[in-house]
Design a binder for this molecule. Structure first.
Ligand code: CP
Length: 328
């Protein structure tokens, strides 16, 4: 049996850090997504990819995480790098050390990248200016979550092909969502059209300024969608409850079977996780054949491998892509 053809990788990634999708050119996004595809291809063939051998990645998480932290850790190990995991609760932050001093002290141990999650928007860019080590944003407040958008777009491309002309509806708490913001930028750069929907209190003040369509009720938007992405209500980022009740939110905006039946039979259902079953999405929808929620998690590993390899080891990655026949 002949082997599947190696996917081609075009373009290049010129950034020292990955702070936001807004900073990236379309060709840089395509380079990362195609490189992720090359890693998935190599994995299917059982090839090892020791591109980060001898390199150390520090996971600096000041907010809880299941998917993102483990995914960066698995990605680093699949590239034969080492990971160090920083736990805020047991660190000297509790004795008054600042975020920048913490990062500078970790930098003194000469890691090759700092992967940062923080509840304050702008923390990763602040750190990137304070330290010489490459910084990867793993989610900062309600600003951006760039690797989440990359893995979401990778998953959509895997199922739908090119995203040019595709319609993506993002449903839920748009105002407080870094996932929504990064996805809007990424999808638009890849040629998709985006509509957002949620209670007026959970939409940004001027949604049209983001270049998206918007509605306060989901029904009319659902029928034309190629993809519906539901988001969690981010109660931790609201300074007061901005919806009357969780029950009312679920009954008006939740993706239940009745609303799911309005969608195209081929439409994909995405959620970045964690899912509050029965609130923003019913279990029957989350577990339906249209749901690609666990594909998103699986794809997060190859996407983060691409990001870390591009940031920590550009020349070694380029050699691997060329030698493997991936370079277009
Ligand atoms: N999607 C996401 O960021 O999940 P975690 O908070 O579990 O990392």
């Amino acid at each position: 049996m002949s082997q599947p053809k190696a996917p081609k990788v075009t373009g290049e990634f010129k950034q020292k850090h990955l702070i936001s999708i807004a900073d990236l050119a379309k060709t840089e996004i395509e380079y990362l997504l195609q490189t992720a595809k090359a890693f998935a291809h190599a994995e299917k063939l059982g090839q090892s990819t020791p591109i980060l051998q001898g390199k150390t990645v520090v996971n600096l998480f000041f907010e809880n995480s299941t998917r993102t932290r483990f995914s960066f850790e698995v990605a680093t190990r699949r590239l034969a790098g080492s990971t160090l995991n920083f736990a805020a609760q047991s660190s000297s932050l509790t004795k008054g050390e600042t975020l920048i001093d913490t990062a500078k002290n970790l930098e003194a141990m000469r890691p090759h990248a700092l992967v940062v999650r923080h509840s304050s928007a702008g923390s990763p860019v602040t750190l990137s200016r304070a330290v010489g080590t490459a910084v990867v944003n793993a989610g900062d407040g309600f600003h951006e979550h760039p690797t989440q958008a990359l893995l979401d777009c990778y998953t959509m491309q895997e199922k739908l092909g090119s995203l040019a002309g595709k319609r993506v509806v993002i449903l839920g708490d748009i105002a407080h969502s870094r996932v929504a913001r990064s996805n809007i930028y990424c999808l638009q750069k890849l040629g998709a059209s985006v509509a957002v929907c949620g209670p007026p209190t959970l939409l940004p003040p001027k949604p049209e300024a983001l270049g998206v369509d918007y509605a306060y009720r989901p029904e009319a938007l659902l029928k034309d969608a190629d993809v519906v992405m539901a988001l969690r209500v981010q109660l931790e980022r609201q300074n007061r409850m901005q919806i009357p009740s969780i029950a009312e939110y679920s009954s008006v905006w939740g993706l239940n079977l009745e609303r799911f039946s309005l969608m195209k039979k081929t439409a994909l259902v995405l959620h970045p996780g964690p899912v509050n079953r029965g609130v923003e999405m019913d279990p029957e929808v989350a577990d339906s054949p249209n749901s690609v929620i666990l594909d998103q998690v699986a794809n997060g590993v190859v996407v983060r491998m691409a990001v870390l390899a591009a940031i920590c080891n550009g020349p070694g990655l380029e050699k691997w892509l060329t030698d493997g026949g991936y370079r277009g």
